[in-house]
Design a protein around this ligand. Structure first.
Ligand SMILES: [Fe+2]
Length: 355
């Protein structure tokens, strides 16, 4: 009887007395919601996308003529995911941006609760970042960490413009709320001693050396993790694949951003095709699978929110994530990793996971 009454109320077009009672009490009915609050498979507005370093660098060079040195820390271009109306996140929990600092410029030191990391793309000797009072060289291919609430600033004491990619968990911090930011009282930490061997730095040389000694996970392909993980919210992996290799990631509940450290190739992300080269970036939102094909030996940096999801027991594979797009998603992980093929829908292996 109650069920019949609820259905009748849900279907009623005319205002009914309950509407006034709900409004008066500051309540919203749960029997006739305009949007469901749960659904059977993960949903996302975020799209697979690709950004070209060559195009971004051209924009930054043009911006260098009009965006003053006083605003150098904001002279960046944001890789906003291209779903309608979005102006900021690259994937749900993370944002990426290209940044340029001109020769002779310094970027004001500051700190924030968002975790950040950088991948240096082009820099001449004399570029450095100062993290927690130590000056760390910025050389092409280096990955540099700036954890939560660490002071950091940048200096370009070379004769060439410097370019890098930023990755931050700002969208996650915005959602959860604990955002704090402040400028350094000295504006810039000038007397910082050099610390080339900083724990905040993964040099390009050390990354390649580690990969050279790593056991292959598939013929012509190996992968290492930077950090364990690098942050509680973001993990970093570098994959090296020989020329002509094909490999696959996902789909899982994790979001990932891929950056090309070296090489050329192409990727299909949920049936969208992208051709990439050094410095380019791709978004792989949760639920998307990516297949890569290398044209030359390639190094890919993968920044993923998998540690965050794993810590909450929400990291798992997704089957049939986009049936409306006709995706034939049946595998539960990388085609390179047979152990993932045995995984059922549900909990992911805790120690290894492709995203
Ligand atoms: Fe910052």
């Amino acid at each position: 009887m109650i069920g019949t009454a609820a259905v009748a109320l849900a279907n009623a077009r005319a205002p009914n007395p309950l509407d006034a009672m709900l409004a008066e009490a500051g309540l919203v009915n749960g029997w006739n919601k305009t949007e469901p609050s749960m659904w059977p498979l993960p949903r996302t507005d975020f799209l697979p996308a690709h950004w070209s370093y060559a195009q971004a660098a051209a924009v930054l060079d043009a911006a260098g003529a009009v965006v003053s040195t006083e605003l150098v820390e904001r002279r960046n271009v944001i890789l906003a995911n291209p779903f309608p109306g979005n102006r900021y996140p690259t994937v749900r929990t993370m944002v990426s941006a290209y940044q340029m600092v001109k020769a002779g410029e310094t970027a004001r030191s500051h700190r924030h609760t968002a975790n950040a990391l950088r991948l240096v793309l082009d820099a001449a000797p004399g570029m450095s970042t100062i993290v927690a009072g130590k000056r760390i060289p910025m050389e092409p291919g280096d990955v540099l960490l700036t954890p939560n609430w660490h002071w950091h600033g940048h200096a370009n004491e070379s004769s060439a413009n410097g370019y890098w990619l930023d990755f931050l968990d700002v969208p996650l911090v915005q959602f959860l709320g604990p955002m704090f930011f402040e400028h350094h009282p000295d504006r810039f930490e000038r007397d910082a001693p050099v610390d080339a061997a900083s724990a905040m730095r993964f040099t390009w040389n050390s990354i390649r050396e580690r990969l050279a000694g790593e056991v292959e996970i598939a013929p012509g392909r190996c992968e290492i993790e930077l950090g364990d993980p690098a942050f509680q919210t973001m993990s970093l992996h570098v994959s090296r694949a020989a020329r002509g290799k094909v490999f696959r990631y996902g789909p899982t509940t994790a979001n990932a951003i891929f950056a090309v450290m070296e090489g050329d190739g192409a990727s299909d992300i949920d049936q969208r095709g992208f051709v990439w080269s050094r410095g380019d970036v791709m978004s792989v939102p949760s639920g998307c699978a990516m297949t890569c094909r290398t044209s030359t030996q390639s190094y890919l940096l993968r920044v993923s929110d998998a540690p965050l999801l794993r810590s909450l027991d929400w990291l798992r594979p997704i089957a049939n994530a986009c049936p409306e797009q006709g995706c034939a998603i049946t595998a539960h992980g990388s085609a390179d990793r047979p152990d993932f093929q045995r995984a059922d829908l549900g909990r992911a292996p805790s120690s290894i996971w492709p995203l």
